[in-house]
Design a protein around this ligand. Structure first.
Ligand code: ATP
Ligand code: MG
Ligand code: FE
Length: 334
């Protein structure tokens, strides 16, 4: 079956073609316009999606060397995300399906981040644990089957990606700050600045205290040395990244211990982080886990993950009607 996947939940317009479970194209139009505002501006995002959606889909179809007539079903992100952004992808998918009289498949964006692990080999075995770390979410999910997921831990305030982005803002770095902090951290000393690890019960997370600690640290030091940020940027980035990674992995280790599950995966934009990837491999060796880390292009928002999730729903015949509406809030459990 040929599945067209559409992703438009935030600030990436993406389209992908999946043929019999194999990704043949994955086109991502990133919206540069938000960088100067220090975050995603919803109104600008939906307008950019409207401009990008048709060329992005055309390119995905072209690169897969098929025509529109070959598409058997359309899968789209129903949520969670920005409503105005979701509406563009949803409306496009609906009209495409209606015009061609083919089935429509709704996909949960947070499930899709996890299902990105079923694009390439090696694929995890059920049940596996997935730490989903993205711009809006931080979750530990027990994945029992493609669409049978249990949320066993989550953030009580900021998401891990948000912690990276808000720290970047304090450090005067542009949005999105995660990739830049990652880059500079590689040249810094992670022990240079002591940052707190919050004491949060169960498998839950908190990142707002860390953000405040960094803010106070920077404000205090700037009073003594106005060029503090320039002088210590690399060490600051390394210290922050190291702390975020240790907060994440300490809970993941706890989850593996509690559940006894040894197939352990990460997903979402922050899973592109080199410090997290390296530390997870090390932890996996120590605890004899099978570790799964997505390819970079499948970490941040992409339509390949929507197409592969759609493919598995197609196999089960799980289709939706034309009256389907996007949902800004949608739990990973579905
Ligand atoms: P959600 O999936 O929760 O709806 P989102 O779709 O906006 O949110 P993603 O696209 O999955 O999030 O991820 C974007 C986030 O990933 C941003 O916060 C960005 O800073 C972060 N990120 C991307 N690359 C890196 C990296 N190398 N290191 C750290 N963070 C990163
Ligand atoms: Mg994004
Ligand atoms: Fe995402």
């Amino acid at each position: 079956a040929v599945i067209l996947g559409i992703e438009s939940s935030c600030d990436e317009t993406s389209a992908s073609i999946c043929i019999d479970g194999e990704i043949r194209s994955n086109i991502i139009a990133t919206q540069a316009i938000h960088a100067k505002y220090g975050g995603v501006v919803p109104e600008l995002a939906s307008r950019a999606h409207q401009q990008n959606i048709i060329p992005t889909v055309d390119q995905a179809i072209q690169q897969a060397k098929i025509t529109k007539n070959d598409v058997d079903a359309v899968a789209f992100t129903r949520g969670p995300g920005l409503l105005g952004s979701l509406l563009v992808g949803t409306s496009f998918a609906k009209s495409f399906a209606l015009a061609r009289q083919i089935p429509l498949i709704e996909v949960n964006h947070m499930q899709a981040h996890i299902l990105a692990h079923f694009i390439d080999e090696p694929k995890p075995n059920f049940p596996f644990l997935c730490l989903t770390v993205s711009g809006g979410h931080t979750q530990i999910v027990l994945v029992k089957d493609y669409f049978d997921m249990e949320l066993i831990g989550q953030t009580l305030d900021d998401a891990a990606g948000e912690a990276f982005d808000k720290t970047a803002k304090i450090l005067n770095l542009p949005y999105p700050g995660g990739p830049l902090i990652d880059k500079y951290a590689q040249q810094g000393d992670s022990k240079a600045f002591a940052l707190p690890e919050p004491n949060i019960p169960d498998l839950n997370f908190s990142f707002s205290g860390l953000k405040t600690a960094i803010l106070y640290l920077v404000q205090g030091e700037l009073k003594k040395n106005p060029s503090f940020l320039d002088d210590h940027l690399y060490d600051l980035c390394a210290s922050v990244q190291d702390r975020i990674v240790s907060i994440l992995l300490n809970k993941l280790r706890k989850a593996a211990k509690i559940t006894g599950v040894k197939d352990v995966a990460i997903a979402g934009g922050v899973s592109a982080n080199s410090g997290l990837r390296k530390s997870l491999y090390e932890m996996g060796e120590k605890y004899k886990w099978k570790v799964f880390i997505p390819k970079f292009e499948y970490c941040t928002d992409n339509a390949a993950m929507i197409a592969i999730a759609g493919y598995h729903k197609y196999l089960k015949g799980e289709f939706v009607e034309q009256d389907i509406a996007p949902l800004a809030r949608l739990n990973v459990v579905g």
